[in-house]
Design a protein around this ligand. Structure first.
Ligand SMILES: [Zn+2]
Ligand SMILES: [Zn+2]
Length: 396
């Protein structure tokens, strides 16, 4: 591992910050304490700081405010979960826990900001440190974009890191193209006609239609999606009826859709609705289709991803940089990557020997804090490379 003295000198501070955030987790759009500390830290580094972006988001600038920006992003929110870890820095906020590692992301990016702000940014370039609220479902990134985060100064490239317990500490995962899926949700309400369970001919049974729909939808992934592409369609909730001998009037289904490309995502959505219309019409039922657009697929752009890969290789050595696994989970960094080229990479943070191996979103989730240094080092290296590229482009 090739950690610079400047990163190593920040070890204690980074870990202390992370533990402080861990002890005081806050849910999406309510990260007031965390945002307060972030803003104060950034100001103490001499950065120009905007607060209250998307309610609790914070943006710090270092460099040419009229130049082109390298955006570095961290998410600050925790999850509604009761921590089961028995550690000194366990959550003091019952029912709320940093179980995804966003406490680490925030601490890590503050250390990155500290290092990058110690030297002038290249000519015509600005580092934009974005601390966003509500990654876990709230789409804080979307709100920050709506409030102008990619402008003033104009963002040319964006990078974010996620601590990753699927990978051991000391490894980094980088991948060009899609890395995470889109995540959309829908609720279908089927309305038929209830009646006696022994006289089904007098009814229009929404339960039978719900069953047929669930199976018919399964053909979407198997028959409408290219087998070398990927999508997932899950019905996670079925609500209907009360007792054995009554056919109810209504049934309700709740589902989630995942896809790795915008085209496949649209195809799956269209097929869900077409099948819904056909099956309900065939059985003389009516339906309501409430579709909620969620996060788009997270898609990394080629060039900046190669820059991050190079930074990763310099930090941990080529043998420790792996092709990031495709995962059907979703991330709202995807909204930034829809706007500008960039890269979302993962930082191995599992350590079996230290008992730090629980999965993300688990009540026993915790990670090896050495990962914070690896992630910060990689981000600093990548940011510097991207900034000098922008400066060089500006001189052409
Ligand atoms: Zn998460
Ligand atoms: Zn996360």
């Amino acid at each position: 591992m090739n950690l610079s003295p400047e990163i190593l000198s920040l070890r204690d501070d980074t870990v202390a910050l992370r533990r402080d955030f861990h002890q005081h987790p806050e849910l999406g759009f309510r990260e007031t304490r965390t945002a307060g500390i972030v803003a104060e830290r950034l100001r103490s580094l001499g950065l120009s700081v905007a607060t209250g972006v998307a309610t609790t988001g914070v943006i710090g600038l270092h460099g040419d405010a009229f130049g082109r920006a390298v955006l570095l992003r961290a998410d600050m929110d925790a999850l509604p979960l009761t921590e089961e870890n028995e550690v000194a820095y366990a959550s003091q906020n019952p029912g709320v826990m940093h179980a995804c590692g966003h406490d680490g992301h925030t601490a890590m990016l503050l250390s990155v900001a500290k290092i990058l702000s110690q030297t002038p940014a290249p000519r015509g370039v600005c580092y934009k440190f974005v601390f966003q609220p509500a990654e876990e479902g709230g789409g804080g990134a979307r709100v920050m974009i709506d409030e102008g985060a990619p402008r003033d100064p104009e963002v040319a490239v964006a990078v974010a890191a996620h601590l990753w317990n699927d990978l051991p500490v000391g490894k980094l995962g980088v991948r060009a193209g899609p890395v995470l899926a889109s995540a959309d949700h829908f609720v279908v309400t089927l309305t038929g006609k209830g009646g006696h369970g022994a006289m089904p001919h007098q009814t229009r049974d929404p339960i039978v239609v719900a069953a047929e729909l669930i199976l018919a939808w399964q053909t979407i992934v198997s028959r409408n999606v290219d087998p070398v592409d990927s999508a997932a369609l899950t019905i996670g909730a079925v609500e209907a009826g009360t007792v054995a001998n009554i056919i109810p009037d209504r049934a309700r289904l709740k589902g989630t859709l995942r896809a790795l490309s915008p085209a496949t995502r649209q195809r799956v959505i269209d097929r869900v609705e077409t099948i819904l219309k056909g099956v309900t019409a065939a059985h003389e039922l009516t339906h309501e289709f409430n579709f909620t657009t969620g996060y788009p697929p997270t898609v990394n752009t080629g060039e900046p991803t190669e820059v991050v890969r190079q930074a990763a290789v310099e930090t941990v050595g080529a043998g420790n940089v792996v092709e990031q696994d495709l995962v059907m989970g979703a991330e709202d960094m995807s909204f930034f990557l829809q706007q500008v080229p960039g890269c979302f990479f993962v930082v191995g943070s599992r350590n079996e020997e230290k008992g730090l191996a629980a999965p993300h979103h688990n009540a026993r989730f915790d990670f090896d804090e050495d990962a914070l240094l690896v992630g910060a080092e990689t981000m600093v290296r990548a940011a510097r490379k991207l900034a000098s590229q922008l400066a060089a482009d500006g001189e052409d």
